[in-house]
Ligand binder design. Sequence first.
Ligand code: ADP
Ligand code: MG
Length: 693
Amino acid sequence: MFLRELNDPVTKLTGVGPSVAGNLTRLGIVNLKNLLCHYPRDWEDRSRIHLIKDWNSGRVCTEVQVLAHDWFGFGKTKTLKIYVEDDSARACLVCFNRPFMGKQFPVGKRCKLYGQFYYKFGEIQATAFELEALNAKTGAPFGPILPIYPLSMGLTQGLLRKLIFQTLEQYASSLEDELPESIIIRDKLFYKADAIRAIHFPASQESLKQARKTLIYEELFYLELMVGKRVLQRKSSIQENDTSVKPKKEFAGDMSPLQKRLLERLPFSLTSGQQAAINEINASLDGPYPMARLLQGDVGSGKTLVSFLAALRAAEKGGQIAIMAPTELLARQHAENAARYLEPLGLHVAFLSGNLKTTGRAQVIKALASGEIDFIIGTHALFSRDVVYKNLSFVVVDEQHRFGVLQRQAIMEKGNTPDLLMMSATPIPRSLAMTVFGDLDVSVIHDLPPGRKPVTTHFAKESNEGKVYEFVRKELDAGRQAYFVYPLIEGGDELKDAVFMSERLANEVFPGIAVALLHSKVDEEKKKQTMDAFRKGEIKILAATSVVEVGVDVPNASCMVIENSERFGLSALHQLRGRVGRGTEQSYCFLVYSDNLGEDGKLRLKVMQESSDGFVIAEEDLKLRGPGQISGVEQSGYLKLGIADTVRDSEQLEKAREDAFSILEIDSALEQNENFRINEVLKRAPPFSEMGL
Ligand code: ADP
Ligand code: MG
C-alpha cells in the first residue's frame, strides 16, 4: 500500500469521535494519509538536559520534584501554581485553566519538565510548559525527540502525537516505497516506512535528518517526474497542421523569405542576443512538436522584434498569429509597430481590445473567423468567448507574468496546440524555471541594442524635490520630455497621487508647459490620445501611475521621476526606469523618497543605483519578498508542497530533476522492470493530482 492509498477516515482511530474529527478537518486532516502527512513544524529534543537556572538561554528540559501548590485569584479565575525544583533552582508553573494538575502532580512527585521560562514577580515562571510524571504507566511511548505540530483550536500536541503514533503502529509497516530502490541505495535514504516513522518520532537527530532528506527528495522527484511527463506529452502531440506538406523545411535553420525581408527593411541589425533567440525559435518552429518557449530579456532588449520575426515564420506556414499584451496601451503600441513593419510585407494586421466599438469589433471577429486576418494584436479580449479563429497556429504572450495561468490556457485553447512564445522582462528564478515553468524551453537575450547610454540614477529626499524639478526643467528646455510617476491615482494623504500632482506640476512647478495625466482609470480613447500626443512631443510631461511601466516607448523622454519610490517593488522600479534611456541622449532616473524612510528602505533602493541588470534586481527582489510575490505563481499550486520547499531545497530539486528526466528519457512509458514501482505509484496513487499536474 502506498501512503496516498490510506484513505480510511480518521474516525477509524480509537479516540476520534465527531468532535475531534471536526477539529482535525480544520487542519485539512480528513483521512489517515492526511494525518501521516501532517508533518511536524518543529521537534523538541528532550534528551538534552537544560537546567532551570539556565532558563535565560533556551527552553528548560530537566527532571524536577514538586515542592508545593499555591492558588491565586478567585472563582472562575482561580489559578493553580505548582512550585518545582531541579538540581539547580526553583521555578513556578502557572497552570491557567488547568486546576486538575494539582491532583496529577501532588507534592513530592518526580517529573520531567519542559518549557519556556521567564522572570516575573521575583520568580522563574512558565505558563507554556509540559510536565510528565516520571513513573507514569501512561507515559509517552515516544522517543526523546518529540514532534511539534501545527495545531488548530481544540487540538493539543498530546492528542495529535497519540493519533499519529497509533496510525504509525497500525499502518507504517505495510507502506510501500515510492522512490526507486536504486536511488534509495545511492543516496542512503530511508525506506518509506522508516522515513515516515522517523519524521514524526525520530530516534535521533541523525535519523530525523535522514527522514527529512528522504521525504523531501521523494516529493521533488515526483514533482519533476510530472513536469517531465508534461514535456513528453507536449512533444508527442504533433500538431495537426503539421501533417500537411511542410514548406518550412526548405529554409530549415535559415531565416525564411519573409523574415529576411523584414530584416532588410530595418534601419539596424539584430543584436547577437536577438539573433540567437530567433535561431532557437526557428529551430523549434521547424521541429515536429509544438513550441512552448519563454523568451526572457531585460527591458529594451528588443523582444518585440524577435516575436515579429517568429510570427512571420508562422505566417508562412499559413496559420494565424495572436499577440496578447496585458494593457491596451501596450497592445496598441505593438499594433502600430506591426502595421509599420508587417503590413508592407503583405500581412493583414488587426487590433482587438475590450474597448473596441461594437461595429468595429464585429468586423474584426468576422475577419478572424474567416481567416482574412493573419495577425491579431490585443488584450485579454483575444480569448473572449465569441472570438473564434480560423486557424490560430502561433500565440505570443507579452509580459507573460501579468497573466494568470488560466488566461494563458484560455488563449491557447483558441487554437489546435498552437506554438507558444511567452515573453517577460521579469526574470524567472531557477527554482521556478524548474517547476512552474519546468516544461518550457527558455531563450535569454543578454544584450541591449548598441548605443544605449545607461540611465543615471539619483536619489532625493522629498524635501529636496525642488532640485529635481530644476534639473527636469533644464532637460525640458533642451527639448526633452519627462515622466513623473506616483504610487496612487487619487486621494493620496501621506502619499502623493497622480491626479493632484498633475495639477500642481502644470500650474505651480512648470507653468506654461504641457502636462498630461495618465492612469488606469483614464478611458482608453483618452489614453491613446494622450500617448500619441506625448509621442509626438506635444505633451512634455506625463504625470502617471505605474501604467507607464510596461512597454511604452518614447525615445525623446529623458527623465523618469518616481515619487514615493519606496512604495514600489524593485522590479517595478526597474521597469519604470527602462522607459527612459531609449534614445541617444543621456537619460536620468530620480528616485524620490519620503523624508522618514528608514535605513533598510534606503538600502533597498540603493540596489537600483548599483545595478541596471534586471536579472540581478529581480533576484534581490525575490530575496526580499519571496517567490509567492511573483505574480502568476501563487495560482499554480507549486508552492504548496508538503515538506519540500523549491527555493530552500533547490539543490535537491536540481538533482531530482536530473533523476526524473533521465528515467523518462530512457523509458518514457515507464514500462521497464526497474521502473515498475514508479509506474504503480502513478497508477494507484498519482501525486499532485490536486494540483492538476
Ligand atoms: P522589450 O524587450 O523591452 O520589449 P522592445 O521590443 O520594446 O523591448 O524594444 C525596445 C526598442 O529597441 C524599440 O524601440 C525597438 O525598435 C528597438 N530595437 C529593437 N531591436 C533593436 C536593434 N537590434 N537595434 C536597435 N534598436 C532595436
Ligand atoms: Mg516589451
